[in-house]
Ligand binder design. Structure first.
Ligand SMILES: [Zn+2]
Length: 125
């Protein structure tokens, strides 16, 4: 179990920044505790709010928001994996879990740069 201190928080934000850049996505807002999840407006965390604690990470894709569940993450490797996993959701929002998803996670962890994500026209406001 990892403690949420400011060094850890900064380290995570730095990693999220680096990987977001490689994935060609806008850097998401990051939540690190269930308390922070519960403090968000219900409309944003709807569906994964009180259940968020069960997961290593949660993506709220429509809101460019990611929850990294530090208290459930045992080590640095799992942390890195969780960050990349959630960012793959952000970069490939229509892709569900499976072989292709896992390959993208591996490529992300290996440092691959992806083309910038273009939102579909219906999502542009
Ligand atoms: Zn997932």
């Amino acid at each position: 179990m990892m403690r949420v201190d400011s060094d850890l928080r900064l380290g995570i934000l730095e990693k999220v920044g680096i990987y977001s850049c490689r994935f060609g996505i806008q850097e998401p807002k990051v939540l690190l505790t269930t308390k922070e999840v519960l403090e968000m407006p219900k409309a944003i965390t709807q569906g994964r709010r009180t259940s968020a604690y069960k997961y290593l990470g949660v993506s709220y894709m429509q809101h460019n928001l990611v929850f990294i569940n530090i208290r459930k993450i045992p080590d640095d490797k799992t942390l890195e994996n969780t960050i990349v996993h959630e960012l793959v959701h952000m970069r490939f929002p229509y892709l569900s879990h499976g072989k292709r998803f896992n390959r993208l996670v591996r490529q992300g962890l290996a440092g691959k740069n992806f083309k910038p994500y273009r939102k579909r026209a219906k999502n542009l406001t």
